[in-house]
Design a protein around this ligand. Sequence first.
Ligand SMILES: Nc1ncnc2c1ncn2[C@@H]1O[C@H](COP(=O)(O)OP(=O)(O)OP(=O)(O)O)[C@@H](O)[C@H]1O
Ligand SMILES: [Mg+2]
Length: 241
Amino acid sequence: MIRAFNLVKRYPGGTTALAEANLEVERGEFVFVTGPSGAGKTTLLRLMLRQELPSSGQIIVNGRNVGALPASKVPELRSTIGVVFQDFKLIRRKTALENVAYVLNVAGLSRSEQKQRAYEALKGVGLNHRLNALPPTLSGGEQQRVAIARAVVTDPELLLADEPTGNLDGELAVEIMRLFREINARGTTVVVATHDKELIHRMKLRTVLLDGGKVVNAGEKPAGQPPAGTAGEPPAGDPAP
Ligand SMILES: Nc1ncnc2c1ncn2[C@@H]1O[C@H](COP(=O)(O)OP(=O)(O)OP(=O)(O)O)[C@@H](O)[C@H]1O
Ligand SMILES: [Mg+2]
């Protein structure tokens, strides 16, 4: 699903955020990306989304060579990726339901289909009782759940989350990770950038360690973690469709 090959990112001004980073993430995996502040975690996610261009090397996302993609193909790339940020980025004047529904606007669905799917996504994160609430009237955890519903309502191939629990307390953080695990079990590959050591320790999932812009430990897939979409069945080696 993701392949970084000798990936280098130098920002104007001279900071080298990624220094020949190499990484492979298979379809259906759940991966934490961790490392000290400035290690390059956010940069790696931004390169996957083509919010930045690599200085050299390659970043491949689901077969697309992201750095070489023509600008006209970038919206299509982004339509396959759900994104969750630390600061939620909700639209304050839109209700929870509208915040989730509007991302389906581009998908060519009717208004009522958009609302129906947004409702299902909000129900999935346990917020069906707060559909008409405006973000400033929601708690931090509730706002984060709206952001997650918005990120997954399009059924993305890949979910990228950058410090998604940075503003939440420990129990809520674990709850959010449970939601991510459910989304992952339905077939979405999940990559979570976080420096929350306690959370990583509790989840016991593959953890990639970045330091100084390099992958210094690629982590291991935990034994017994079934590939997404085949919960309970023995791994058959069949790639998900
Ligand atoms: N837009 C930018 N322009 C210049 N330098 C940048 C830019 N964005 C990030 N950097 C620098 O690149 C390096 C990597 O930053 P990045 O945000 O990827 O780190 P991070 O691992 O996400 O850190 P944190 O844990 O603090 O979020 C840092 O030294 C940072 O100062
Ligand atoms: Mg960061």
